[in-house]
Write a protein that binds this ligand. Structure first.
Ligand SMILES: NC(=O)c1ccc[n+]([C@@H]2O[C@H](COP(=O)([O-])OP(=O)(O)OC[C@H]3O[C@@H](n4cnc5c(N)ncnc54)[C@H](O)[C@@H]3O)[C@@H](O)[C@H]2O)c1
Length: 680
């Protein structure tokens, strides 16, 4: 077909990326689809300069957050009406007669339609304003409002600065990412106050995401205590005063009936991991209400830095049902609801609505990690949602896996298997009973005995003393399994003398509860007593590393929840192990994500623990370590992920088929890399 002169003039197709794009009107698009050879088209006219100005102003509006949160995928609606010259980067895949092809794409390149119910319909665009704008880099620079995944700061090359209108907005020097990292590390080290360091790193995460993660990955041992426990505890306590920008999603009692709508306001659609808290038991610090947000934010930063889950696939959520913390209720800077905690049906209904909305919005392959819920809710929620959701509780299952791995490794010094030893837990909450259950499961699998029999060597002490059968009627259901026949015992020291445990595991959140007498009693019973002081933050630790080593004359195999510096005792250097959940949950999450698992089973948690324990080599044992060093955490996470994914495939819970042949390699290849990308 010949082009008429008029047609040639009107034809504004532009050849980009091997395709013809951006037809100005529907009529002209048809004209192309029906048989007009695209090569005859004239190039598009240059864009009018005033359009650029208009667009830039509108983008500033978007970036400053002034524009509405719901965006419609239509040039005639919000974006287009204001911007005029918006050029969509959404792709159209067209088949015969110009009809959109099916397949993965649910988006039609910005004409207000997306695939719902098998058909293309008009509707809200789930990708938000970023999807519609030209020059995503410029949109984020210098307004880092919608995430900072594209920012490179001084690392933008000359070419990128030209292509993305950044010239003049940056100083002339072009620095490599490594140099930026070196400078920032120096900046962090110059700050003496840990809270200042925390705020510095959070600012960096918002400003330049890739640089933040590069810094984290390369200096994980140094920065982990800043981004997570113990500093995050202080940050949560002062969250209202240091609040700068919202870092996650807040769902409060006010949102009942529209939780789904609130979830849809989040900028990213493709979410793989959610960490959610209700702030009732933040670390060992108690009820911090809405200010518990620091925990999901910190945990998800570790999911990315240590486990390689994409940052854009992570969603931190705080469910605000009020707080019983009087200090916060009277704090003028408190950021949450000023009311007492909702309980009972009101609480359960909000949680139900939340979990249903999560499934509806993100499907069933999104991992929902419950974090720092008080134990009266944590067990109930996990039991309730495990059968229907991909639910995981790090305080119960994550802690259990990391401690079990430590015990397995610790027994290499002591000798014998788990079944040969007795374990005493000080604290029978989420952490204590979670660990006890997993230890019992491992014993039952190793020794082919029932789990009930396996529990017989495990004893728990709670605030009322040793859990024994005579207390059965007055204790919570999850403790009843450990109510063995024994005389009532009120204090820990007497319990140790009676039970004679090999390992003493503290998870009561009571600082300095492993006194000199306690450690000495453990040392008199065992040649190498295993002492795990798990309570966080450092102030709640049952004893310090120095106390454990000196009171046991250097014989203790010590691990703690919060980090302690190496200790010199009798001219020998002892490196305390950190039983940090960060060994497990990032790798566990990655395993779940790469296999597309739809449920979490105990066997998968057990696989994670075994995956961690097997990475403690003889070289580590020589140094007295019961965990591998954190510096190789990405490798550790990839191995754990492979073990978890393998178990998910074995159990028929994985949905990503076919099963990759080499799961470790596959896990490594799926990990997020913080190296800057090049932009055209
Ligand atoms: N990997 C880790 O290091 C790790 C992981 C999870 C939890 N933790 C820490 O463990 C601690 C407890 O966490 P949780 O989730 O089990 O809390 P929780 O509230 O569920 O349980 C606390 C338990 O301690 C008992 N307790 C309280 N005071 C006591 C006392 N004076 N004497 C004896 N028992 C007492 C309670 O009865 C309860 O059973 C916290 O400090 C938390 O930070 C550490």
């Amino acid at each position: 077909m010949e082009h008429s002169e008029r047609q040639k003039k009107e034809c504004a197709y532009e050849r980009r990326g091997g395709r013809w794009r951006s037809p100005p009107t529907k009529r002209r698009r048809r004209h192309h689809v029906f048989g007009v050879p695209p090569r005859r088209c004239t190039p598009p006219p240059p864009r009018a300069p005033f359009m650029r100005g208009l667009q830039r102003r509108s983008l500033a509006r978007i970036s400053s957050g002034e524009a509405p949160s719901r965006w419609w995928c239509s040039s005639r609606r919000i974006v287009g009406a204001k911007i005029g010259a918006v050029r969509y980067h959404g792709r159209t895949t067209r088949g015969r007669r110009g009809r959109p092809l099916g397949g993965r794409r649910d988006h039609d390149g910005g004409r207000g339609r997306r695939r719902r119910g098998g058909r293309l319909r008009r509707g809200p665009c789930h990708r938000g304003p970023a999807h519609h704008s030209v020059g995503r880099l410029r949109r984020e620079w210098p307004f880092p409002a919608e995430g900072s995944g594209h920012n490179k700061g001084l690392s933008f090359t000359e070419k990128e600065r030209d292509a993305h209108y950044l010239r003049g907005l940056l100083p002339p020097a072009v620095l490599p990412q490594e140099l930026q990292e070196k400078r920032l590390l120096q900046n962090v080290r110059d700050l003496k106050d840990p809270l200042q360091r925390y705020m510095f790193l959070m600012d960096l995460q918002e400003r330049n995401e890739r640089l933040f993660y590069k810094l984290m990955i390369d200096n994980v041992e140094e920065l982990l205590p800043v981004v997570y426990t113990p500093t995050v505890g202080e940050a949560c306590q002062k969250y209202g005063s240091i609040f700068r920008r919202s870092q996650g999603l807040y769902i409060s009692l006010k949102d009942r009936g529209r939780v789904l709508e609130v979830l849809r306001n989040w900028r990213e659609k493709s979410i793989q991991v959610i960490v959610v808290t209700d702030g009732e038991r933040i670390l060992g610090l108690g009820d911090l209400g809405c200010q518990g947000m620091g925990i999901p934010v910190g945990k998800l930063a570790l999911y990315t830095a240590l486990g390689g889950v994409r940052p854009s696939a992570c969603l931190p959520i705080t469910i605000d049902v009020g707080t019983n913390n009087e200090e916060l209720l009277n704090d003028e800077f408190y950021i949450g609801l000023r009311q007492k905690r909702a309980t009972g049906q009101e609480y359960a209904e909000l949680l139900d609505e939340f979990m249903a909305a999560v499934k509806q919005n993100y499907g069933q392959k999104v991992l929902v990690q419950f974090e720092d819920f008080a134990n009266h809710n944590a067990f109930t929620l996990l039991e309730k949602y495990r059968p229907t959701h991909l639910a995981f509780n790090d305080d119960i299952q994550g802690t259990a896996a990391v401690v079990l791995a430590g015990l397995i490794a610790g027994l290499k010094f002591v000798g014998g298997t788990l079944a040969d030893h007795t374990f005493l837990f000080f604290g029978a909450g989420e952490a204590g009973t979670g660990i006890a259950e997993l230890v019992a499961l491992e014993i039952s699998m190793q020794s082919k005995v029932s789990q009930e029999d396996a529990r017989k060597n495990i004893w728990l002490v709670d605030s009322k003393g040793l859990i024994v059968s005579s207390r059965k009627d007055s204790i919570q259901p999850f403790k009843k399994l450990y109510a063995h026949e024994h005389e009532p015992v009120k204090d820990l020291l007497s319990a140790i003398k009676d039970i004679k445990p090999t390992a003493l595991i503290g998870s009561a959140g009571v600082g300095q509860s492993f006194t000199k007498e306690v450690i000495e009693a453990m040392s008199s019973i065992n040649k190498r007593p295993i002492i795990l002081a798990l309570s966080n933050p450092t102030s709640r630790s049952e004893c310090t590393a120095e106390q454990a080593y000196s009171w046991s004359q250097g014989r203790a195999i010590f691990g703690s929840g919060s980090p302690f510096d190496p200790v010199k005792y009798n001219e020998k250097l002892f490196v305390p192990a950190q039983a940090n959940n960060a060994y497990i949950f990032p790798g566990f999450g990655l395993g779940v994500v790469i296999s597309g698992a739809i449920r979490v089973k105990d066997d998968m948690v057990l696989a994670a623990a075994e995956g961690l324990a097997e990475q403690v080599s003889s070289e580590h044992f020589d140094k007295g370590l019961i965990y591998p060093p954190f510096s190789s955490i990405r490798k550790i996470s990839a191995n754990i992920a492979a073990r978890v994914a393998a178990k998910a495939y074995d159990l028929g819970l994985a949905s990503h088929l076919p099963r990759p042949r080499d799961l470790v390699k596959y896990a490594e290849s799926c990990m997020y890399s913080p190296i800057y990308r090049s932009y055209r």
